[in-house]
Design a protein around this ligand. Structure first.
Ligand SMILES: [Zn+2]
Length: 307
């Protein structure tokens, strides 16, 4: 009985393998995107006009995620490789370079959206890659990605892509207006941010917040604070009477909890989706949902209603 079942199972397995291979059929336009936030943006633009492969998993850390040898190889034959750049994807940038050397067309979005430099901390003076915290810069990214997709990816319907991009840019613009209106309800002295690392510089610039400090004093999660860094941050939290510390859903909140306890008054620790989407059915399954979630969590935390 077992032997008679085996060929059927093998046939099923074979058909699954063939189906799997067909996902990367040479005729279908294929775009590889490193981060899941840019992956969502590109998917919103292209719809079903191209296959979009996103390398970074949900709830992951863009600074540290890695990819398989198979994924690295598949980048080399993509029609377009989209990456954040400005040093963000430290585990993947060498594979982007290899794909470019192999002839793939690549686009580093971060260099083309009007990048800012870190203002303070260990990374002061170097480019800040976290531009997606400003929806206006994401609209700029949509415009340039649309031109790249239409120009570089054979087989997409340019009219469809441009129409989708316009509709998405309109949604982003509405988000931006809505957030500005929501934050206008916060008094100026409450618009203060203490975060896991320096992730909200563009957001602060866009919506008139002040970054008081970060637990990890640099621009990446791949560093550790010294005890004197933490002591001076506690002082800054006291000076500015900071009501909430914003942790990241993909990072342990232990240091944030310690700092909050050290402050000497009630400080909430509020988790944000600062640099990764959640699973699709989570609170931040898309970039628009991520920004809406973060905005309400920031308002809640700074109003003294944090969780
Ligand atoms: Zn970061």
């Amino acid at each position: 009985m077992r032997f008679r079942r085996l060929p059927a199972n093998l046939a099923l397995l074979t058909s699954m393998l063939v189906t799997g291979a067909a996902c990367g059929s040479p005729d279908e336009p294929r775009i590889v995107v490193t981060t899941n936030i840019l992956g969502d943006v590109v998917t919103q633009i292209v719809g079903h006009e191209a296959e979009v492969s996103v390398l970074m998993k949900p709830d992951a850390d863009p600074h540290s995620f890695g990819i398989s040898a198979r994924e690295a190889h598949a980048m080399q034959s993509a029609d377009l490789v989209v990456y954040n750049g400005l040093g963000l994807e430290e585990g993947v940038l060498r594979h982007v370079d290899a794909a470019r050397a192999a002839g793939a067309h690549t686009i580093e979005v971060g260099t083309r959206i009007g990048p800012m430099e870190y203002q303070d901390g260990d990374a002061a003076g170097t480019p800040d890659p976290h531009f997606w915290t400003d929806p206006a810069r994401v609209i700029t990214a949509v415009r340039l990605l649309t031109d790249e997709i239409v120009g570089q990816v054979d087989g997409v319907d340019a009219a469809v892509v441009r129409q989708r991009a316009d509709a998405y840019a309109k949604q982003l613009s509405e988000l931006d207006t809505r957030l500005a209106g929501r934050f206008a309800g916060l008094p100026a002295q409450r618009r203060v941010l203490v975060t896991n690392h320096h992730v909200f510089g563009y957001f602060a610039d866009r919506y008139d917040f002040t970054v008081i400090g970060a637990i990890i004093p640099g621009g990446t999660t791949l560093a550790s604070p010294s005890s004197s860094d933490l002591a001076s941050l506690v002082t800054a939290i006291r000076t500015h009477q900071v009501p909430a510390i914003f942790a990241d859903t993909s990072q342990p909140a232990r240091l944030a909890e310690v700092l909050a306890a050290e402050a000497g008054f009630r400080v909430s620790v509020v988790a944000l989706y600062s640099e990764s989407l959640s699973e699709p059915d989570g609170d931040a399954g898309t970039y628009l949902d991520l920004m809406r979630f973060n905005a309400e969590a920031i308002i809640g935390g700074l109003s003294g209603n944090g969780r």
